[in-house]
Design a protein around this ligand. Structure first.
Ligand code: FE2
Length: 385
């Protein structure tokens, strides 16, 4: 008997140039004093100015917090909350990659509800209310604009998640023009991250794995698998960029309701200790985690294979699953991602420590199709090294 809950964003706007409509959307649905959360790189790249212009034209008072960094620490969240409070913000806009959107979610929540970060790490502990919130991604990867998750770096290297439907924004605004200038390596890494979201959502052992997530995962892989090479090689191709942004959003909806697993659990220590970007961290362990999982979920991998790679139509059995895994590894290499842990400067003797850390990601590991022991995690890292 099928029984599940599917939560998503009430309003999703997809249109080239949509960011120039931010003012009218904010006036109608958000508020009159907006805190805009972003990062300095986007300001420099000129992506923030059109958003500010649109807000000001509609008479909205906006304060910009542009000090979000990758893998944002708690201090950035607190600083952004204080900046928004000083502006007396009644609404929040997150413009950027996963980090900016994750911080924006927490600003909207903490400023309105008065909850504290320490009290809300975990699943379902944040209850809100929050300020009105709009999220506009500038990468096609995290899907954070449609997920109920914020990831924060705590202490030196560890990451914790706040997971609660209250974090789903009121509006997700997807403007593919915002992604036209992304460099090839970022396009590649974030695109693979989105593909991992679809694969892990599809095979998740979460009791809430559901037919909507699986349908979205298949369509996401179709869009991502068939457009990622073009988006990497021809960054100004608006059609490829639109399909990537759409695919990443669908994969985000999939895993927001059927959560990701061991690829992400093993990727986090790579980012946490060595500063490797999240998407690349995933790419580095993807094939090895899938090979570990294949004995128990080769049928699911065969189902997915032709969606991402049409030439794999008819893939069956463990050999079919291996052809899917090999195609993903070949894709990673083809779009310029480093293939091995050693290629991103990770020493082999760091593996036991990374494996210990990965085992702390119980929130993710519990969803993996095959139970992962400490010895398994070490073996997977060794294979990836
Ligand atoms: Fe991810």
């Amino acid at each position: 008997m099928t029984s599940f809950t599917f939560n998503t964003v009430p309003s999703i706007l997809v249109a080239p140039g949509a960011i120039r409509r931010l003012g009218e959307i904010a006036a109608a649905r958000l508020g009159s004093r907006v805190a805009l959360i972003t990062d300095a790189g986007l300001v420099k790249a000129g992506l923030v100015e059109p958003a500010l212009e649109a807000l000001r034209t509609s008479g909205i008072a906006v304060a910009v917090y542009d000090r979000v960094v990758a893998d944002p620490p708690e201090s950035v969240v607190r600083e952004a909350v204080e900046a928004a409070r000083a502006h007396d913000a009644d609404a929040v806009v997150g413009l950027g990659g996963g980090s900016s959107m994750d911080v924006a979610k927490l600003v909207a929540l903490l400023l309105r509800s008065g909850e504290t970060l320490d009290a809300i790490y975990g699943v379902g502990l944040a209850t809100g209310p929050r300020l009105p919130l709009l999220l506009a991604p500038t990468t096609a990867g995290t899907g954070s604009e449609v997920t109920a998750v914020s990831i924060v770096t705590t202490g030196a290297h560890e990451k914790k998640g706040v997971v609660s439907p209250i974090l789903l924004p009121d509006v997700a605004l997807l403007d593919p023009e915002l992604t036209l200038g992304l460099p090839p390596h970022v396009t590649a890494a974030t695109g693979i991250d989105a593909m991992v979201h679809a694969i892990e959502a599809y095979t998740s052992t979460s009791p809430n794995n559901n037919p909507i997530s699986r349908a979205l995962a298949r369509e996401a892989l179709r869009l991502l698998g068939r457009n990622i090479r073009r988006a990497v090689r021809h960054g100004r191709d608006l059609d490829a960029r639109t399909n990537m942004l759409l695919g990443a959003m669908l994969a985000g909806q999939a895993f927001a309701n059927s959560p990701v697993a061991a690829v992400h659990a093993l990727a986090y220590p790579i980012g946490g200790h060595f500063g490797v970007p999240h998407g690349l961290s995933n790419a580095l362990v993807l094939a090895h985690v899938m090979r570990f999982n294949a004995p128990v979920c080769f049928e699911a991998y065969c189902d997915l294979a032709p969606h991402a790679f049409p030439e794999l139509e008819g893939a069956v059995g463990e050999r079919g699953a291996e052809s899917f895994i090999a195609a993903l590894a070949a894709l990673s290499a083809d779009i310029g991602l480093e293939p091995r842990l050693r290629d991103v400067g990770i020493p082999q003797d760091a593996i036991p420590m990374m494996a210990e850390d990965a085992m702390k990601q119980t929130r993710l590991l519990v969803n993996n199709p095959r139970p992962v022991t400490l010895a398994d995690a070490k073996a997977i890292y060794e294979a990836a090294w």
